[in-house]
Design a protein around this ligand. Structure first.
Ligand code: ADE
Ligand code: ZN
Ligand code: ZN
Length: 237
């Protein structure tokens, strides 16, 4: 996602943190909240010191592969490995506060990316970055349409995107929180397949596309936040 999608993910998570998790998060972040730090993962991309994290924002399976295996995972790291690394550091009693703070910021970011279907897309087109389309008459690509074009054109703030998870019952929240990081990745991957089928290269996209797919954007962002809260509530139980 772009900034708004990431902030909304953090904001939703804040709404679903346990008391204990919220206190630990505030302590690690020196009083800041998850929405505020959610864009850190992208902000450090321009710093050569953090270059190794670039492939950690997405996960591509090899063409024809349907299962994620450790053997075939990107040796440079990927989104699944990034999330698991961040969780391990947060659970590690020997890790310093600085290390934990850094990995918490990345975890918030990566739970967002995990729920952007095109971050679990195909490697050959860089998760849709190489699929050029027209967006309301301007040049864009399928990845960008999903990261930010739809959200920006709705002109939605992150708080608007995040609000309204109280429409969900306790049972619905629990159901969303079931499963593992890998299950959630496969769910994104399935969605990515539908997204690939939703456009032709060079297609002119606009309000029809937006009204058809924005509900999926909204739903994915809310799931990302609700699941991030589940992870943090489990670490700090
Ligand atoms: N961003 C850059 N490369 C990517 C890829 N292969 N998949 C998803 N997002 C990306
Ligand atoms: Zn992206
Ligand atoms: Zn990212």
């Amino acid at each position: 996602w772009g900034r708004t999608g990431h902030r909304a993910t953090g904001e939703v998570a804040e709404q679903h943190l346990s008391k204990k998790a919220k206190a630990k998060v505030r302590e690690l972040l020196d009083g800041m909240n998850l929405a505020f730090v959610s864009t850190y993962g992208d902000d450090i991309k321009s710093d050569p010191a953090y270059r190794k994290y670039s492939p950690w924002h997405y996960v591509n399976l090899e063409p024809g592969e349907t299962a994620y295996t450790k053997e075939k995972a990107n040796p440079e790291g990927d989104l699944v490995q990034g999330i698991n690394t961040a969780i391990s550091v947060l659970k590690d009693k020997k890790a310093s506060k600085e290390e934990k703070e850094f990995h918490l910021k990345l975890l918030v970011h990566w739970l967002g990316d995990l729920h952007q279907p095109m971050h679990a897309g195909r490697g050959e087109d860089k998760g849709g970055n190489d699929i050029q389309v027209r967006w309301f008459g301007s040049g864009s690509n399928l990845h960008r349409v999903w990261d930010s074009e739809m959200i920006n054109d709705f002109d939605m703030s992150y708080t608007e995107l995040a609000h309204n998870t109280d429409r969900l019952s306790k049972e619905e929240i629990s159901r969303i929180q079931e499963g593992s990081v890998l299950d959630w990745m496969y769910e994104s991957k399935e969605l990515a397949n539908r997204v690939y089928d939703s456009v032709e290269v060079g297609e002119k996209l606009g309000y029809q596309y937006m009204y058809e797919w924005f509900p999926v954007v909204h739903d994915q962002i809310q799931k990302g936040g609700i699941r991030l809260a589940a992870i943090l509530n489990d670490i700090y139980k």
